[in-house]
Write a protein that binds this ligand. Structure first.
Ligand code: GRF
Length: 187
């Protein structure tokens, strides 16, 4: 199997990045992580790139045309799949058109419910019975592209935002790799 070159975009902690790095040590996993992109030089997740000798770049999203430069770097690394793992910036329509259906995102709710930020507080306020995470294809609309994998759990009466986050992230570590495997099963 020829593994596809992949790039992970982060903005913060990077626990999903770390999980994907571990999964990709298995030669049967369909991607090789060739590059990490962060829009924040202080993102803790950069450490996982450093520890694993994966090249990383910090992008300045305030700079005009930063996406053009970024696209050039991605092409240079022959990246065919982009995984957004806690990346907090919006990618333009032009950028996405260059990576048609090959930009995926992980979101901490059962989409289409609770798009956007502060999902756990809204889930609790709404008295939901279940919550979880969703991996989906990124399109121009926020958290709206086709769903690849969704995983859920039942909310318990003593759950708070913190415990929901913990339980959701545990599921994310299964859902993201599963979605990647599913994408390449059809290729
Ligand atoms: C995840 O919970 C993901 O659902 C959301 O951002 C969080 C990133 O966490 N989009 P981490 O940086 O991977 O630890």
């Amino acid at each position: 199997m020829v593994r596809k070159n992949s790039c992970i975009f982060i903005s913060g902690k990077g626990s999903n990045l770390n999980n994907l790095i571990k999964k990709s040590r298995n030669y049967n996993f369909p991607i090789n992580i060739k590059l990490v992109v962060s829009n924040d030089e202080k993102a803790y997740g950069i450490n996982f790139a450093k520890l694993n000798s994966i090249p990383f770049i910090i992008i300045n999203t305030k700079k005009n045309n930063y996406e053009i430069e970024l696209l050039r770097i991605l092409k240079r690394h022959k990246i065919s799949l982009i995984c957004l793992a806690g990346y907090m910036k919006i990618l333009s329509k032009n950028f996405l058109s260059q990576y048609k259906k090959m930009v995926i995102n992980i979101h901490p709710s059962l989409l289409p419910k609770f798009k956007g930020l502060n999902t756990f507080a809204r889930v609790l306020k709404n008295n939901e019975k279940k919550t979880g995470c969703t991996v989906h294809i990124v399109n121009e609309k926020l958290d709206s592209g086709n769903i690849i994998v969704k995983k859920s759990f039942f909310i318990e009466s003593n759950d708070d935002e913190e415990s929901l986050k913990k339980k959701t992230q545990k599921l994310e570590y299964q859902a993201f790799p599963e979605a990647i495997i599913r994408i390449y099963r059809n290729h």
